[in-house]
Design a protein around this ligand. Structure first.
Ligand code: FPP
Length: 239
């Protein structure tokens, strides 16, 4: 990526890390082995994004719908989350990365949640890059929560319905401080958005990589970024 200027890169990159299960199946391994490899890919990609100057990286780590997976897989994913936080704490703090989350964090088991919350607090003043983990997150769930909050403000007389505009909606979303997504990458060849960041993806460029998430490495990231910098973004206007 030496030939690409930092200001041309996406400010906010969001990734649907799909294909851990298939990666494992293709090798005759249990699904959790795929998730473990997936966590290694998270390590690589977070470091690569930091090196390239990406300001915000949002990862779809666990969706609201993922609770319906077998309990052993859910437990395995929560343990991986805990292990990831513990093993990456020094890297995150030393590299000016601020950890944040979106989603229903209160649904995450306390052992993993406490580790996440501790690092969110410890990294609060870092400003070189924001790493946002989507945990028990769903775009529709986020919209429902926003509607309830705005409804409450109207009932309490703090807001008139006529004053609801895009800014009010945006400010009431879990993801408001992250800003719009510039580039969304999904691995595994699936061509879906799957309830990820529905509001913030409005004008996002989309990139679909054929490889499974555990195989998504630095050069795969660079291919996605190269594709992004070549695109002309018009936001509905004529350029
Ligand atoms: C989708 O693959 C992936 C997930 C539901 C979980 C993502 C988790 C990780 C990348 C590892 C742990 C995360 C962190 C932040 C340390 P899938 O299981 O749906 O794959 P499949 O579609 O091939 O079955």
């Amino acid at each position: 990526m030496n030939d690409v200027k930092c200001e041309d890169l996406p400010r906010h990159l969001a990734i649907i890390m799909d294909g851990n299960g298939r990666w494992a199946k293709m090798r005759g391994l249990p699904r959790l082995a795929g998730h473990r490899k997936g966590a290694d890919a998270v390590r690589t990609i977070v470091t690569s994004c930091r090196e390239r100057g990406i300001k915000v990286l949002t990862l779809f780590a666990f969706s609201s719908q993922n609770w319906s997976r077998p309990l052993s897989e859910v437990k395995g994913l929560m343990t991986l989350l805990y292990t990831y936080i513990k093993s990456e704490t020094a890297m995150i703090l030393d590299n000016g990365i601020r950890l944040t989350t979106i989603g229903q964090l209160d649904r995450i088991p306390v052992f993993a949640r406490a580790a996440v919350e501790e690092l969110v607090e410890a990294s609060e003043s870092n400003s070189d890059m924001t790493l946002c983990l989507s945990l028990s997150y769903g775009g529709r769930e986020e919209i429902v929560s926003m509607a309830r909050d705005i409804g409450r403000m109207c009932t309490n007389g703090k807001l008139a319905p006529e004053d609801i505009d895009a800014n009010v909606v945006e400010n009431a979303l879990w993801s408001s401080e992250l800003g719009p997504v510039d580039l969304m990458i999904r691995t595994s060849g699936e061509l879906r958005v799957s309830n990820f960041l529905l509001w913030s993806l409005a004008y996002s460029e989309l990139y679909f990589a054929d490889c499974m998430w555990p195989d998504f490495d630095e050069s795969a990231l660079d291919r996605a970024l190269q594709s992004y910098v070549k695109r002309q973004r018009r936001f509905g206007a004529v350029v």
